[in-house]
Design a protein around this ligand. Structure first.
Ligand SMILES: Nc1nc2c(ncn2[C@@H]2O[C@H](COP(=O)(O)OP(=O)(O)OP(=O)(O)O)[C@@H](O)[C@H]2O)c(=O)[nH]1
Ligand SMILES: [Mg+2]
Length: 420
């Protein structure tokens, strides 16, 4: 077979009959679906399942697990936990699809951490190799909103550099580059080289069609027009899927142990960074306090006992005990304070270096690069969420919790920046 025929193994007509051709003669593929909440992961899974079952739009059914969906809004059910679905094509290729809960959930950063953990654990327990990671993003969001930008960066942090070639981006809600509004600059740099697909999902539109046709006041002509639109979108989606399966056939499957190892390493680095920053802050605070005591001592406006309480270790105590006069004791105490200030300064320096090393190690591991950039996007997202929560009248303790988490992130970010 020539390479050009290999590149176009799939065609819409075969796909419509549920037949997927594998240019690399594979019998199974594993694909992960990830992305912000509400971008259409579960709808994409549903489209695939229907197409592979040979269904036409009028026959589309929801093939996802209703137990794993919870009602978010009337139009959108949120996926609760990562779940593997197995679809078999009519010609016997097994498609293993991991549907995942979306990130940038308004419930907050903690919820996203839980989702990340859930995705990693599902991969550990049930997926050994992965062919493609499809990151879904809403293509109609002209400026790739903060939430999308944050979700893409967070997702890039879950996947190691070794998987870069296996990542594709599906922009949903768009069927043609003509109506595509994405500002490419907002796509994180690491993902700009990823293969991109556009999809206005006919399974999502068919659902709308069913709902709208039942509405009062809708004319038969309008219903007929909607059918035409769905049929047209289905044709475009089949073209896109043919391209997607061809692309899938060119990818080398990658062991998921890399993802798991990365998850564990980044978690450990994040934890060590948090610890080092906390120690750095404590040493810096200690240094500032001692400096203040030393300044006060120069003014001699306190009893020596007051100053002594800041250097309560036995080395200092012995040195002070040797002093025969108050003046001598003060001089000893000033020396001890200066030593301790230098010591704290050295500690701050050492922790700063440690954080810088941790940040460098982090950047080398994940696709997303810098930890600071990731935290920065989180802060921007939290700001946005706080405004939204206020506007939608969320309970004040809920808002306060998110504000607290924003303050912590901001503090961490400022300290991280200082170390760079
Ligand atoms: N018009 C249109 N609507 C879409 C498309 N994809 C998804 N939708 C709609 O967007 C809403 C959310 O879709 P879901 O598939 O539930 O999104 P999700 O990514 O699984 O969301 P989470 O489970 O919360 O992460 C639904 O109402 C879909 O019908 C699309 O390509 N075009
Ligand atoms: Mg979902």
């Amino acid at each position: 077979m020539s390479s050009s025929t290999q590149a176009c193994a799939n065609d819409p007509a075969s796909l419509r009959q549920g037949i997927v051709r594998s240019p690399s003669h594979r019998f199974d593929y594993t694909v992960l679906l990830v992305g912000e909440t509400g971008v259409g992961k579960t709808s994409f899974l549903s489209l695939l399942a229907n197409i592979l079952a040979g269904h036409k739009p009028d026959e589309y059914v929801d093939l996802n697990d209703p137990e794993n969906e919870q009602v978010g809004s009337p139009q959108h059910s949120q996926t609760k936990a990562a779940k593997v679905y197995e679809l078999t094509t009519k010609n016997g290729i097994l498609l293993r699809i991991l549907d995942t809960p979306g990130l940038s959930d308004m419930r907050g950063i903690e919820q996203d951490e839980l989702h990340k953990k859930d995705i990693a654990q599902k991969i550990i327990s049930s997926i050994h190799t992965v062919d493609a990671i499809l990151i879904l993003a809403n293509g109609t969001n002209p400026r790739l909103g903060f939430a999308t930008s944050y979700a893409l960066t967070t997702l890039a942090s879950i996947f190691p550099r070794t998987l870069a070639k296996n990542i594709g981006i599906v922009f949903t809600n768009v069927m043609s580059p003509l109506s595509w509004n994405i500002d490419e600059v907002r796509v994180p740099e690491e993902l700009r080289a990823a293969r991109q697909f556009l999809l206005d999902n006919p399974a999502a539109l068919q659902k709308n069609l069913v709902r709208l046709s039942r509405k009062e006041g809708i004319s038969p002509a309008q219903v007929a027009k909607m059918h035409e639109v769905v049929a047209e979108r289905e044709q475009v989606a089949l073209d896109m899927l043919a391209e997607l399966f061809d692309w899938l056939g060119t990818l080398a499957p990658k062991p998921t142990k890399d993802i798991i190892a990365l998850y564990e390493q980044t978690q450990a680095i994040e934890q060590s960074t948090t610890n080092a920053l906390a120690r750095m802050q404590a040493s810096s605070e200690h240094q500032r306090k001692l400096q203040q005591v030393l300044e006060e001592m120069k003014r001699e406006d306190q009893d020596i006992a007051y100053y002594k309480q800041h250097v309560q270790d036995h080395v200092a105590a012995e040195r002070l005990a040797r002093a025969t006069e108050a003046k001598e004791a003060r001089e000893h105490l000033a020396d001890v304070l200066r030593e301790r200030i230098d010591e704290s300064a050295r500690e701050v320096q050492a922790y700063t270096e440690q954080v810088a090393q941790l940040a460098a190690a982090y950047s080398a591991l994940a696709l997303s690069g810098s930890l600071a950039a990731q935290i920065e996007k989180t802060v921007v997202l939290l700001d946005y969420n706080i405004v939204m929560m206020r506007q939608t009248g969320q309970p004040s303790e809920f808002v306060t919790r998110v504000m607290q988490s924003r303050e912590n992130m901001q503090m961490k970010l400022e300290m991280l920046k200082k170390t760079q």
